[in-house]
Design a protein around this ligand. Structure first.
Ligand code: ATP
Length: 137
């Protein structure tokens, strides 16, 4: 089994889509290991998106992720990292495949509802950043 970090972003919380999105992860068979409502501040946004802080799209991305509460969670299951990214769909929600969370529920490249870790290394880094108490000793 594998753990991954998932963020349900502020657009999803504002739009009342938390239940629908959680349902898709649970229905697939992933287990919720930790879950917390978090209002992300600029410091956490910069740490989470460290690889993007110099990019042109980062200032509006930071404004967006700090614009309201998000749901941070750890999900686990067989191949959880890849499974979550398949369920989430392509980053650009405008062209994400129908049947995916982004493809069915969003129409924006920035406000794309969810984030999922993209590798085992990012999953461990993100879990340590968001849930320091959940890191095995
Ligand atoms: P996430 O990391 O949120 O799961 P991702 O791994 O699919 O998404 P990244 O390339 O890491 O995509 O980009 C991180 C986030 O930055 C995206 O989810 C999106 O909100 C935003 N983003 C990425 N590219 C753009 C862009 N060209 N214009 C605006 N926002 C962007």
């Amino acid at each position: 089994t594998q753990r991954t970090f998932v963020l349900i972003k502020p657009d999803a919380v504002r739009r009342g889509l938390v239940g629908e999105i959680l349902h898709r992860y649970e229905a697939k068979g992933l287990a919720i290991e930790a879950l917390e409502l978090r209002h992300v501040d600029a410091e956490l946004a910069d740490a989470h998106y460290a690889e993007h802080v110099e990019r042109d799209f980062y200032p509006p991305l930071r404004a967006f992720v700090t614009s309201g509460p998000s749901i941070a969670m750890i999900l686990s299951g067989d191949s959880a990292i890849e499974v979550v990214r398949l369920l989430n769909g392509a980053t650009d929600a405008r062209v994400a495949a129908p049947g995916t969370i982004r493809g069915d529920l969003a129409l924006s490249n920035r406000e794309n509802l969810v984030h999922g870790s993209d590798s085992p290394e990012s999953a461990e880094r993100e879990i340590a950043l968001w849930f320091p108490g959940e890191v095995p000793a």
